[in-house]
Design a protein around this ligand. Structure first.
Ligand code: PHB
Length: 395
């Protein structure tokens, strides 16, 4: 028979008491909200892997600069590698929302994957901040009160370049891209602006994402003898394309232009092949605002890397979240108030301050940049305060 001496009972009681106290503490903490749970759904493998890492770096750096807290609450991170695979997107987004119970999903890079995330976020009324993917639908027909973007719509950089080339008197342009929303919608934006000023897109060429067998297409472009070629490629694929283009001897024969992803975060790897390339984007090297100067110094110090547009978009995703979290003192259950504060935020971005359109997409300047060494040096503002038309968005 067990004899429960007070000596044996005491540790058990203490353990139970400690457990109850701990449970109470957890309950009290979650009544106040506990930590804000942030779910990164980003590509950590494949052609966009470096982009995902830069976004996460930028986001974490901003939070770190706020002492690790937003709205007075600590931040807890969850991560899923979305592999830039649209087929896995709904399941991956569901993991973060249902299993990890995140307060906000920060993702992603690839437009096709984004469509899956938007759908799941809408079904669950979970706050979503898109730190890159430009898919027009997210701030178009699929816009929603809980869907925000800190980056751009696919239409925007293409549209800016359409104006630049038309203003330079180009008449006949061939486009080349991966055949998925990002490429197709960039080309659409380009074409809209270019043809509105009298230019003509004479041929639209593409290959499946993320293929990098560019040779046959490059030969086809050369045979068409256009005034210029406009492309969308990014990440590892952009590195390969720019090198192949130069390797085919076309660099000084047919002017190559693109949305700025072609040369952002890629210049180290592209080397001489990228020199002199001109692109349009909502970020550039050599901007003169003070915010950018400190951002770049801090980023270089923290990560021993130069920041790129993806790091900026990640940083600004955190700034947007901060606007929401601060307005409710960290009580993320007050969703309508969070959304309202985010909607009216003026984000003090390294790219230059921006506000959001009604559809929650940045209204921002698009810079014309030119590659010089390891930099996409700003030349001019191609289009000022460009707002995506948000066709089909009812908010
Ligand atoms: C996209 O899929 O929307 C996308 C991917 C990479 C970029 C830009 C856009 O650099």
């Amino acid at each position: 028979m067990h004899r429960f001496t007070s000596r044996r009972l005491a540790p058990a009681c203490l353990a139970v008491a400690a457990m109850l106290a701990a449970t109470g503490a957890v309950q009290a903490q979650s009544a106040q909200g506990g930590k804000i749970k942030v779910g990164f759904m980003l590509p950590y493998t494949g052609t966009y892997a470096a982009l995902g890492t830069a976004i996460e770096n930028g986001f974490r750096m901003y939070v770190q600069q706020q002492g690790g807290k937003l709205g007075g609450r600590d931040i807890e991170y969850f991560k899923v590698d979305d592999e830039s695979d649209p087929a896995k997107a709904p399941e991956n987004a569901t993991k973060l929302i249902k299993r990890d119970q995140v307060d906000v999903v920060v993702g992603t890079v690839h437009s096709g994957v984004q469509m899956g995330i938007v759908k799941v976020a809408k079904e669950n009324n979970t706050l979503l901040i898109i730190p890159n993917a430009g898919v027009d639908e997210a701030t178009g027909p699929l816009c929603g009160p809980n869907i925000f973007r800190s980056s751009f719509s696919n239409w925007q950089p293409g549209y800016a370049m359409g104006h630049v080339l038309a203003d330079r008197g180009m008449k006949k342009v061939v486009t080349l891209t991966w055949k998925y929303a990002a490429g197709e919608q960039s080309v659409k934006g380009f074409k809209e602006a270019f043809e509105s000023k009298g230019g003509k897109v004479v041929k639209e060429l593409s290959l499946p994402f993320p293929n990098v067998e560019f040779q046959a297409l490059i030969t086809e472009v050369a045979a068409l003898k256009p005034d210029a070629v406009f492309v969308f490629f990014a990440g590892g694929g952009a590195v390969k394309f720019v090198k192949d283009w130069a390797g085919a001897g076309l660099k000084d024969k047919i002017p190559l232009y693109g949305s700025g992803f072609l040369t952002d975060g890629t210049l180290e790897a592209q080397g001489n092949a990228a020199q002199g390339l001109e692109t349009t984007l909502h970020y550039a090297d050599g901007l003169s605002n003070a915010r950018d100067k400190t951002f770049r110094l801090d980023y270089a110090k923290t990560y021993k890397l130069q920041p790129d547009v993806y790091a900026v978009q990640g940083y600004d995703a955190a700034q947007l979240l901060a606007a929401g979290a601060n307005a409710v003192k960290g009580d993320m259950s007050r969703k309508a108030d969070v959304y309202k504060a985010m909607e009216s935020a003026k984000v003090d971005s390294p790219r230059g301050a921006f506000t959001l359109s009604k559809a929650h997409n940045p209204v921002q300047d698009f810079y014309l940049r030119k590659v010089d060494g390891r930099e996409n040096k700003v030349s001019t503002v191609a289009v000022k305060a460009l707002a995506d038309p948000a066709r089909g968005c009812r908010l």
